[in-house]
Design a protein around this ligand. Sequence first.
Ligand SMILES: [Fe+2]
Ligand SMILES: [Fe+2]
Length: 374
Amino acid sequence: MNECVCDPCDTKAARILVVDDEPANLKLLSLMLRTDGYSQVELLQDPRDVLASYRAARPDLILLDINMPHLDGYAVMDQLRSLSDPLAPPIVVLTAQSGEEFLLRALKGGASDFLSKPFNRRELLARVNNTLMAHLAHRLIHDQNHVLEQMVQQRTQELRQSRLDIVRRLGRASEFRDNETGQHILRMSHASALLARRIGWDAQACELMLNASPMHDVGKIGIPDGILLKAGPLTSDEREIMQRHTTIGADILSGSGDELLDMARDIALSHHEKWDGTGYPRRLANTAIPEAARIVAITDVFDALTSERPYKKPWSVPEALHFMNEHAGRQFDPQLLRQFVTIVPEVQQIRERFAEPQLPVDAEADMADIAESR
Ligand SMILES: [Fe+2]
Ligand SMILES: [Fe+2]
């Protein structure tokens, strides 16, 4: 950021625009201001030029005559007010007129102060100085607020980014303990965000889904190798321990109060719940299962079915959909599954984009469940 060495409240460096159709008045005012040290004084004889001049070099103060040909001072003030400039400069009206009616009209029109003709030098300089001081202080506060707002925005963005970074690393850590590939995680998380979008989630919530769903199996970090990596089928005791990856995952992710981690916790805890209440760990049913988890239940299984595993060939998309439709209302939320079917072409594109570079290394527990129930 460039640091300005000038004093933002230096009144003598302020830009003053003087508008008067009388050249003699312009000359006099200019002289008074310049001899008092004001270095940036612009003089305008034609009020029709005010807007252009204002836009070209925004003044910090306008000294404005009222009675002028073509456009009187009130009309000029109307023009300036229509710009809705939040940092509009103060206007000091120059007039030979007096009287309550006139003063009220000028005040309502946007004038901050008055200077009566003929000008009194000391009065003029005092009013100019006071008006400028107030305006420059106001502008300084406004600028500082703007800088602070930008800093807060930048810090918030940095925090969001570092939170996302940590969450992604946590997701990566869980991949090392999992028999699923990184590509599977990418496919199912993108498909989950797509399905969320399809059912009307807003862009921010879909972004959360994209980043939260990769952690659905993070609890496998807490499952012993002997069970997690076992090649053969699990005993019922082992299966029970394996199922704890849901509650372990929820333990890891819960308690932060962060919306991303909260969604990740819901998904980790409930992605093995079934629509008919026969899932685990809490045997939740129907809409008692968080929607995010119902989405992941569909995209996770679809990707597992259509992927190659050491013990099975990949199922075709129609085969996978046929199987899943048979389990609609039992394992899967039937309405969500219907919506999923409508986005299968896009899901196919995701599968091509994140295709497996090589064979996955191990069998997958969720798949074993499905293969058995088939
Ligand atoms: Fe799982
Ligand atoms: Fe998975």
